[in-house]
Structure formats: C-alpha cells, structure tokens
Design a protein around this ligand. Structure first.
Ligand code: DC
Length: 226
C-alpha cells in the first residue's frame, strides 16, 4: 500500500461498520478510529451536564472544552475517554443513542471533531468509521467503503448487542431509534450521511464479518480507486 493507506468506512447505524473496521485494523496492524464514539462521548457529557441540546453555541463551546481520547488497552479493547474519564460503556446507553444525532448535527461540534479526526489519521494507517469519512473527513483516502443492511437486520443486530449488555429494550424500540437517527444523520445540513461516489457499496445483510472483510481486502489489494 502507498503512504496514505487510510481506509474510510461509512454507513447507517447498525450496518456492521465498527465490527468490520475493528477486525480490519487488527488484520492490517492499523489504528481503528471510531468517530461515532467521539460524538457519543460529547453527547454523554452534554446530557450529564444537563445542557439544552438545541443550544448550538453551547454545544460548540462544549466541544472546544472537551478532551476526547481513543486508546487500545493491552487486551486489544478499544477504550473511549472523555476528559480522562473512561466512558466506553456509558456512551452506548440508549439515552445517548437517542440524543447523539442532535449533538452531531451542530456545525461547530463537527468542525472540532473533524479537526481531531484528521490529526489522528495523519499516520496514513488508520481504519476510520463514521458517516462522513469518505466524503468529508478523509476525502483523499484511497480506500472507501459504504456499508449498509436492511433496517430489520440492523435493528436485530443492535437489539442483540444491547440485550447482551443487559439493557431492557424491545426490538421495536431499537428499530424506531435507528430509523429516527438515520433520518437526522442523512438530512442534516453539514456533512450528511451519504455514499462517496467512489466508495464501494457493500450490503452486509446475511453476510458474515469474515465475508465482508474478504471483499474489502480484495478491493484494497486491487488498489482501491486508483
Ligand atoms: O456510529 P455510531 O452509531 O456510534 O454513531 C453515533 C452518532 O454519531 C450517529 O447517529 C451520527 C453521528 N456520527 C456522525 O455524525 N458522523 C460520524 N463521522 C460518526 C457518527
């Protein structure tokens, strides 16, 4: 691979992005950057402080004053820190999932996050997943993928995940939350969820992570968009 070997993975909630991105990073010895976790960490802090989530300038100021760090522990687990507090578990709470899109649509918040994300990707050896990575954060990434799956499948995956973590939610609630979130993410004015024209579209419905990884690696070894 060339010096900029960054891999951008975008797609709606529950399409399998984080599972795939994590495995891929491990396989390639790349750094995995979960940009959704960064927006979640900020949403978590805003909720904890009781901020008004429609107050765009308040949220932008909060983003400027917040230190978000991603690191991998010795067992290979991805940890998320917000102002040096480990928020890895808390940012997956349903309350954060329900509200994160409101925080993520604020232009000032996005500006700050994108700046941090570009800095993290400067090594040229990252797998970054999110909504606007191929279109906006890393437009020059040589390898771009857009993962999707049917709404039913995405809701089922999220539901299983949440159930395993002990959250009391119903499949219908999860489906509704994902539907609403996709709507807000795709309709927002700044860097909405959209497939980059040169990204390879992969429908992961019915595919195993290994099958998806194989498709991605085949494309990367074939030279990406070049
Ligand atoms: O990937 P996730 O479900 O953890 O992301 C949480 C939210 O963050 C998602 O609803 C939209 C937002 N997000 C974004 O706007 N841009 C990104 N690059 C990543 C996530």
């Amino acid at each position: 691979m060339e010096s900029n070997g960054n891999i951008a993975i975008d797609g709606p909630a529950g399409a399998g992005k984080s599972t795939i991105a994590r495995l891929l990073a491990e396989r390639l010895n790349y750094l995995y950057i979960d940009t959704g976790a960064m927006y979640r960490a900020l949403a978590w802090k805003a909720l904890r402080k009781g901020l008004d989530l429609t107050d765009e300038s308040g949220l932008s100021r909060l983003a400027e004053d917040t230190e978000i760090m991603l690191r991998v522990d010795p067992e290979g687990k991805n940890l998320v820190y917000c102002d040096h507090v480990d928020v890895t578990e808390d940012i997956r709470l349903p309350e954060v999932s329900r509200n994160v899109s409101l925080v993520a649509k604020v232009p000032g918040v996005r500006r700050r996050m994108v700046e941090l994300q570009r800095r993290m990707a400067s090594s040229g050896r990252v797998v970054m997943d999110g909504r606007d990575i191929g279109t906006h954060v890393l437009p020059d990434a040589p390898y771009k993928f857009f993962l999707t799956a049917s709404l039913d499948e995405r809701a089922r995956r999220r539901f299983m995940e949440l159930k395993q973590q002990g959250h009391a939610v119903t499949l219908d609630e999860v489906k509704e939350e994902i539907r609403m979130r996709d709507h807000t993410d795709a309709k927002r004015e700044v860097a909405p969820l959209v497939q980059a024209p040169e990204a390879m579209l992969i429908d992961t419905t019915g595919l195993s992570p290994e099958e998806v990884i194989r498709m991605i690696l085949a494309r990367c070894h074939g030279g990406g968009k070049h």
